[in-house]
Design a protein around this ligand. Sequence first.
Ligand SMILES: Nc1nc2c(c(=O)[nH]1)N[C@H]1C(S)=C(S)[C@@H](COP(=O)(O)O)O[C@H]1N2
Ligand SMILES: [Mo]
Length: 392
Amino acid sequence: MPGLRGPSDYSQEPPRHPCLRINAKEPFNAEPPRSALVSSYVTHVDFFYKRNHGPIPIVDDLERYSVSITGLIDNPKELFMKDIMNLPKYNVTATLQCAGNRRTAMSKTRKVKGVGWDVAALGNAVWGGAKLADVLELVGIPKCTNATPSGGKHVEFVSIDKCKEENGGPYKASIPLCQATNPEDDVLLAYEMNGEPLNRDHGYPLRGIVPGIIGARSVKWLDSINIIAEECQGFFMQKDYKMFPPSVNWDNIIWSTRRPQMDFPVQCAICSLEDMNVVKHGKITIKGYAVSGGGRGIERVDVSIDGGKTWVEASRYQKTGIPYTADESSDKWAWVLFEAKADIPQTAEIVAKAVDTAANVQPENVENIWNLRGILNTSWHRVHVRVGHSNM
Ligand SMILES: Nc1nc2c(c(=O)[nH]1)N[C@H]1C(S)=C(S)[C@@H](COP(=O)(O)O)O[C@H]1N2
Ligand SMILES: [Mo]
């Protein structure tokens, strides 16, 4: 790991914006306030959630930094930043969402294990970098390959951060080779976020970005990329980030019975209101985000002010003032913001639910999708408000 090092304590963490709500200090896990999250379509780096499993790595010497590409291939290679930057550069607007987004609300049903998150463990950024498909071509793997001649079927990303769950070893994850080598899937080795070099929290100098799937597979601070026969056997693939049914608890869990979660289901949340807000009499604005996995667009966002008895359709947009349509003109990997205005009675339960372009809908209640790790809480999002003298 030339030029890059993973500290074993938290004495050299980067500075962070004071507005962030800290969910865990060490490792550092934080999200922005709801209202800041939807103040712009592209999330400011300061407001982008930070999800870490160890101390933030340090680049000592960018000139010496390289990522090794090894495994079931004929020509293993060390790639330096200049090799990666010499490849065609792509800017991909993609939403990254932690599978644990909205975990705190799931814990209210029955306690779950994991860092608690409100509704802002996600963000939308313009990621700049080389396509992994182009990088893998440099080591002799053609585009859209299912398996290498020596049996490589998965691409494993390995970092250098020291994670407790890995007994001090690095964070790692893998994706199928066919996804990694398909240019249409827009998998990046990213060195930029919103036009600036990545900052330390988000993976400086180089990270994977895998659009359309849970954030856990977008490995930061890359050290090596391995072409392997089976999916990565690391903790975060095999003993975490799996979706179990509500009947499974810590006494009867058999991790190997479930696949690592990859895809993200349809999700939405209201961000203009906190639970429980006191609002002024008159029209209120109900604003939030909706996003689905797999590059699926958002077909509709329904909003209710009576707990889900009656609904109105919210307006949707990616670019301010231009109505969203789920076609080639939209950013397929990115969230869609929504807005509706409503006159509310004295008290109201405001609800939002989204429908994606495959007609997938969000489940009504969190109870039915409860799982012991508290992942993928995509239940209808509800906030309670009361009309009164605002103290804001
Ligand atoms: N090396 C490394 N990569 C990582 C993680 C990590 O702890 N270490 N966390 C993962 C998880 S669970 C998520 S949700 C995203 C968060 O990315 P962000 O901190 O840039 O928002 O990074 C992923 N990549
Ligand atoms: Mo995550």
